[in-house]
Design a protein around this ligand. Structure first.
Ligand code: GLY
Length: 394
């Protein structure tokens, strides 16, 4: 298919969920990406941390995060159904684990930080419970004796982003999405509308509607008019993967996280024995080097939290790029250029926001209207305001 109803530029989890949902609504859908199923999801730990990653000033984003978290159980069930065969239970298991999260404090400053977070959560009507250090260790015996207290958040879960990407890819294929495994180099515009893209190699694809969902690369597609180019920048995150040998299991039973001397560290234990340790947060442009310093800091902080971690085999180190926007929230829906939509800028919450992004984008692509819950995330909030005309004195 060289011409489609919808063309999604970018085949990471956000592009894939958009394509899947659009195809389910009967739209002829194509995706352009040299490596669909890749992108930041290959690195991400997959925390669904609407409550523990709450930040001041992000209360509007919290609403969208919670809406997406609520959709997760049905979303993974539907994905399993869409990717299964005739036998019940044969669909993709994306590693959704309703295990909850424990955020802990190691010193007086961390404790004060966590108390502030607890107060903010309470003001926002969220459920979290303050625990003493001893209560934290009763829940997670591998925690360091120095843990001074923590917040138990039973509603923040996890999913395995790599499995999620693989499941979405298969679901798309089964729903009839056409994949062009080539880089989209340039948006084409005809008259006053987006018309499609030119692929590396020169081939042109056309579509009634184009969705730019290329993660941190979304601001770099040539041909996108300056005034609608998404203000998305890459924020590097280094992540480690370790393996918990069967003899050590259960090492941790839920996600454990902390702020250690100002830097965030989290440990996400999967049922298959993988333990993901993340993540640095570095404004270094397009650099994806795994550095000795990054690995050292993560291991140092994780070791302070859970000393036994040094016994585990280290299986993988990687760096990825979060697509950050100026207000840390995603850009969803139509731009000022007719026919061009955005689904990008998900920053720290791409995995969490995958279900709601799919629903929002399918709605806007089929009806032309952004659902109420997504209105605050219109890309138009970053459009330059038209200059006010000044009457010139005669
Ligand atoms: N949400 C986890 C991270 O951005 O590192």
């Amino acid at each position: 298919m060289r011409s489609s109803d919808v063309l999604v530029v970018g085949g990471g989890i956000i592009g894939l969920v958009t394509a899947w949902r659009a195809a389910q609504r009967g739209l002829r859908t194509a995706v352009a990406d040299p490596d669909p199923g890749g992108g930041a999801a290959r690195v991400a730990a997959g925390m669904l941390a609407a409550v523990t990653e709450l930040h001041y000033g992000e209360e509007t984003l919290l609403g969208l995060n919670l809406a997406s978290a609520r959709r997760y159980p049905d979303f993974v069930a539907e994905l399993a159904e869409a990717t299964g065969g005739a036998a019940a239970g044969s669909g993709h298991d994306v590693g959704y684990r309703a295990c909850g999260t424990l955020a802990v404090a190691l010193d007086a400053d961390d404790r004060a930080h966590l108390r502030e977070l607890h107060a903010l959560q309470t003001r926002c009507g969220l459920t979290s419970e303050w625990l003493s250090g001893r209560e934290c260790r009763r829940l997670e015996p591998m925690l360091a004796p120095g843990v001074r207290g923590g917040l138990r958040v039973d509603g923040d879960h996890q999913v395995d982003p790599r499995r999620l990407a693989a499941a979405l890819l298969l679901a798309c294929e089964r729903a009839g999405v056409v994949f062009h495994r080539v880089l989209a180099e340039r948006l084409t515009v005809a008259g006053d509308r987006a018309r499609g893209v030119v692929l590396a190699g020169g081939e042109e694809l056309t579509a009634d509607q184009v969705v730019l969902a290329a993660g941190s690369l979304s601001g770099r597609l040539a041909g996108v008019p300056e005034e609608v180019l998404p203000p998305v920048r890459p924020v590097k995150g280094q992540v480690l993967r370790l393996r918990v040998p069967a003899a050590y299991a259960p090492f941790l039973s839920r996600t454990v996280r902390a702020v250690v001397r100002g830097s965030h560290v989290y440990l996400v234990p999967r049922e298959n024995g993988e333990l993901v340790v993340g993540a640095t947060s570095e404004e270094l442009g397009w650099d994806t080097t795994v550095t000795a310093g990054g690995v050292y800091e993560l291991l140092r902080d994780a070791h302070e939290l859970v000393p036994g971690i040094t016994e585990l085999p280290l299986t993988e180190t990687r760096a990825g790029l979060r697509p950050a926007s100026p207000d840390n929230a995603p850009l969803l829906g139509p731009t000022a250029l007719p026919g061009l939509h955005l689904a990008t800028g998900h920053y720290r919450n791409g995995v969490l926001l995958t279900p709601v992004t799919g629903d929002v984008m399918a709605e806007v692509l089929t009806t032309g209207t952004l659902p109420d819950e997504a209105r605050p995330f219109t890309p138009r909030r970053f459009s330059p305001t038209p200059p006010v005309r000044q009457e010139q004195p005669a």
